[in-house]
Design a protein around this ligand. Structure first.
Ligand code: DX5
Length: 233
């Protein structure tokens, strides 16, 4: 059974600033806010958990005053506990850790919450949902990766759609308040599938920055594409 567009809410559009021009970061953030995105994701990579290296909390702190958009930090970082307070102090409302990178995942998530943040947990495509079923009491956001993390512009993994749907069912049954976010290869041709599967937030990097000159239209097109797949026949 399909549903009409009026009853389907598109997911929050969360640009990853991985593809941003870091020589003009303030301008890019202002343009994203003007374009109507919901919040911003900082992709943090340590060169160990993923074969890439990006930004630290100081960059986020400097960018904080450039926009009123909420910030979230996606920590693709081994054993991130030591750094969690720094991301919150830098101005992130949400900090996302990878289940695969935390020796004591429940403790890591509780540390974020105890420091006043929203706690997110991310799963690589190969990691089963059972990795988070015993920490849902300290989770505000579940990030289901739709690529293997480390780089922008990668091809969406279609096999992850079933995992998004299974995550939706798990959250509906056990933790309906948790935001279900997807990340990797999300664009106009893939956002309908993950929305239909139950995603409530979509991280988009290259598909947005490819349209840097008409960001508002790109954001609107993503929202339209998200619900177009569920228009009543
Ligand atoms: C992990 C990163 C990327 C990025 C989005 O590699 O988390 O997924 O945010 O990149 P795109 O939207 O270009 O696939």
């Amino acid at each position: 059974m399909t549903t009409s567009p009026s009853t389907v809410r598109p997911p929050a559009v969360v640009p990853s600033v991985l593809p941003a021009d870091f020589a003009r970061l303030g301008e890019d953030l202002t343009a994203l806010e003007t374009a109507g995105v919901d919040r911003v994701q900082w992709d943090v990579m340590d060169g160990r958990f993923v074969p890439n290296l990006t930004v630290g909390p100081d960059v986020v702190r400097c960018a904080r005053s450039e926009t009123s958009l909420p910030f979230e930090a996606h920590l693709m970082v081994e054993e991130p506990d030591w750094s969690l307070p720094a991301w919150l102090r830098a101005g992130c409302e949400t900090v996302i850790v990878h289940a695969e990178a935390c020796r004591h995942l429940h403790r890591s998530l509780a540390l974020v919450r105890d420091a006043g943040g929203r706690a997110g947990v991310a799963l690589n495509p190969a990691t089963p949902l059972t990795a988070v079923e015993h920490v849902l009491d300290v989770v505000d956001l579940l990030l289901v990766m739709t690529v293997d993390p480390g780089f922008g512009g990668q091809a969406f993994l279609p096999a992850t759609v079933a995992k998004v749907a299974a995550a939706r069912q798990l959250l509906d049954e056990r933790a309906p308040h948790v935001d279900l976010e997807v990340d990797g290869g999300i664009g106009p041709s893939t956002i309908a599938a993950v929305t239909a599967a139950g995603a409530t937030s979509a991280v988009v990097g290259s598909a947005l920055f490819a349209r840097r000159d008409d960001l508002a239209a790109a954001v609107a097109d993503l929202r339209s594409a998200a619900v177009a797949g569920r228009v009543a026949a």
